[in-house]
Design a protein around this ligand. Sequence first.
Ligand code: SF4
Length: 342
Amino acid sequence: MRNKIGITTTVPVEVLLAAGYQPVDLNNLFIYDPSPGRLVTVAERAGFPLNCCTWIKGIYGVCQQSDIDTVICVTGGDCSNTRMLMEVLRLKGIKAIPFAYPDEPDVDKVYLALEDLAGRLGTTLAAASRVRDELAPCRHLACQLDRLTWQQGLVSGLENHLWLVSASDFNQDWQKYRNQLQELITSCQQRIPYPEDMLRLAYIGVPSVYGRDLYRYVERNGARVVFNEIQRQFAMPEPGDSLAEQYANYTYPYSIHQRLKDIAAELNRRRIDGVIHYVQAFCHRGIGDIIFRDALKLPMLTLEGNDDFYVNPHVKTRIEAFIDMIKRGKKGLRYSGQALKK
Ligand code: SF4
């Protein structure tokens, strides 16, 4: 039985597995908890401010309520709050190991960061490379599921979200993940595809606190999400020729322009009609909305979630109005131009 190691976002799991650990994505434990609000309360009672991101508080709550005693804290390329979270976890007796993506997706710099992590965990990059080969079928299947979503209309936006977001830790058991995903893909082939004329939306930004609710509500209003940006990145769609290349091609930790290039290409390829940009309250990434709105020429709805773990009536109204606006504007015209304004 492997020792569990918590992760605060997607990290090079190959290194953790090579070191004999079982990675556990603390975000997933938090959001799929039967009562995520309870975990936020644990953090607030410990002194986390009300105006601190709910994900950070949820991760802290999970750490306090589970048997996880070691956590990899991503201090570069993810969240400015994680550095302080790391200090608090240490204060509470949890072993917190920092990992930082470099400032730019330079393969040599990523290599050094991976080597440093491997050294801290007592393994080597050669061993991690072998794990990469073992995980390749999981990543390949995740990308296949993604194609079945947007190319063939056989997979829902929710299923797409759930399987891709789970690629951060492969639901704590990569062999089971691979087998279950293979079964799902096989069974999808028997499904009746979604109607061709259904509105096609993209979801960009960090995964929302709304969980399953958002996707279901979008579908109930005659649209479907056929692109989950960050979730797809978790599956590493551009694995490159080495572990260092794989994590240099992973867009999330680097400049927003890196993400924008990926997003624009996928908006075109997937014939997207409109974009939902989700931002988390009190998150620095929300400022990126200015850049997305400046660069992307598709209709965009920005949703800011905090600690409502469902789509509340206010958000429902905004989603309905957004979809209605696109339907009226489209009038049978499918967007087919370039996604970028310039
Ligand atoms: S949503 Fe933003 S503030 Fe919250 S954990 Fe993620 S990066 Fe950090």
